[in-house]
Ligand binder design. Structure first.
Ligand SMILES: Cc1ncc(COP(=O)(O)O)c(C=O)c1O
Length: 389
């Protein structure tokens, strides 16, 4: 049977593939970015109560009114403009759906969209869903900075949008004011829509503060701000995200979301409104916990002989292995990552698979560390043993 050309542009997700391999070989799964600790009890309770209270039918397609109200209260000061829950907010089935709905809403077949690489795996397929052509701008080791000149050079008369993920998966970068100035320049000069993915907005290190690019004056009218609850509340399986955008852009995204999924799960949306009421101490504790996890992860990588830059945000670290004193150090990332999973017992993602262009991420793998410290320590033991460190 003939299938659509668009599906030839992408295959199985490498992250899901590594997770399967991990399960098959009893590895510790540091490939997929989800916690091995549970969500707060209060949140589980809220979900159960919402089901008992009868919150079991479709919500209004734009999202549960209470959740949208809480999001409006959060985002009005953050974005610096009056966010109206009835106009500007759409609750989606995760950031994944938010990205797809946003790209389908702004891209026509033949348009180009700039994607900064290494990139979260779903960016490219979403562009292809819309019939658009992704154009890569690569971040490079050792510092993975976003070069304004390369960004500017990627835009042309066909470019319609740019997608920016900050804090960034997988490099751990939090793009600074200078890099954001480069984004503003390219977006404004080329009349682009900026789509942001801010799913790690609460996981920043060393006192860094998250800046929503859509709060910056030149970007306000042209930014689709995307956020999610998966990571902040350890509920990756609840599938909750949202799109916040000025009126015209929001109005384009809403019907796409409607016909893709109608709405996100009603009782979970109701419970998520509870999550947004958590006190500041919740976020403070989470930040402290992630500092501990980052410290343990970096110590492990260092003791084994990986070369890795400390993340500024999110919960991934790219680690170069070509300095290791083992024959496998010469292998390409795909082969090395599989071997680490099947033979050493620690599952990772080959960084090369997060770039679309050949020649990048060749001796680098991604470790995800949203895990209990004992899980990370056990992974450390396996790495030390398996790599002879
Ligand atoms: C940058 C980025 N965007 C989106 C997602 C998917 O988010 P969600 O669970 O909300 O669909 C992830 C998950 O790892 C991610 O790292």
């Amino acid at each position: 049977m003939q299938t659509a050309t668009r599906v030839t542009h992408f295959g199985e997700s490498v992250i899901r593939e590594m997770t399967r391999l991990s399960i098959q070989h009893g590895a510790i799964n540091l490939s997929q970015g989800y916690p091995d600790f549970d969500t707060p009890e209060a949140l589980k309770q809220a979900a159960v109560e919402a089901i008992r209270a009868g919150e079991n039918q479709y919500t209004i397609t734009w999202g549960h009114p209470l959740l949208r109200q809480k999001l409006a209260e959060l985002y009005t000061p953050r974005l610096g403009w009056q966010v109206d829950p009835d106009v500007h907010i759409t609750v989606t089935c995760g950031v994944s759906e938010a990205l797809a709905a946003s790209m389908l809403a702004v891209l026509d077949p033949g348009d180009q969209i700039i994607i900064i690489e290494p990139a979260h795996e779903s960016f490219h397929p979403c562009a292809h869903f819309a019939g658009a052509e992704p154009v890569a701008v690569s971040l490079q080791r050792p510092d993975y900075r976003l070069d304004p000149e390369r960004l500017a050079a990627a835009a042309n008369s066909r470019t319609r949008a740019l997608v920016l993920n900050t804090p960034h998966n997988p490099t751990g970068r939090v793009f600074d004011a200078e890099e954001l100035a480069g984004v503003i320049r390219t977006v404004v000069e080329n009349d682009l829509v900026l789509i942001t993915d801010e799913i790690y907005d609460r996981i920043l290190y060393d006192g860094r503060q998250h800046v929503s690019p859509g709060s910056l004056e030149p970007l306000r009218e042209r930014t689709i701000t995307i956020g999610g609850l998966s990571k902040t509340f350890a509920i990756t399986g609840w599938r909750l995200g949202y799109v916040i955008a000025p009126k015209t852009l929001a109005a384009a995204v809403r019907p796409v979301h409607d016909f893709l999924t109608i709405c996100a799960a009603t009782p979970l949306q109701a419970a998520a409104a509870t999550a947004l009421d958590f006190p500041e101490s919740y976020y403070e504790q989470m930040r402290l916990d992630y500092h501990d996890r980052r410290k343990v992860m970096m110590e492990i990588l260092d003791s084994v002989g990986f070369n890795a830059v400390q993340p500024e945000g999110a919960y991934y670290v790219l680690a170069d292995y070509n300095g290791l004193d083992i024959p496998q150090a010469d292998w390409h990332a795909d082969r090395f990552g599989r071997w680490l999973t099947t033979d050493v017992g620690v599952a990772v993602v080959p960084a090369s698979r997060l770039y679309s262009q050949p020649g990048y991420g060749e001796h680098s793998v991604r470790f995800a560390y949203p895990k209990r410290l004992e899980t990370l320590r056990e992974a450390g033991e396996r790495l030390r043993q398996g790599l002879g460190a």
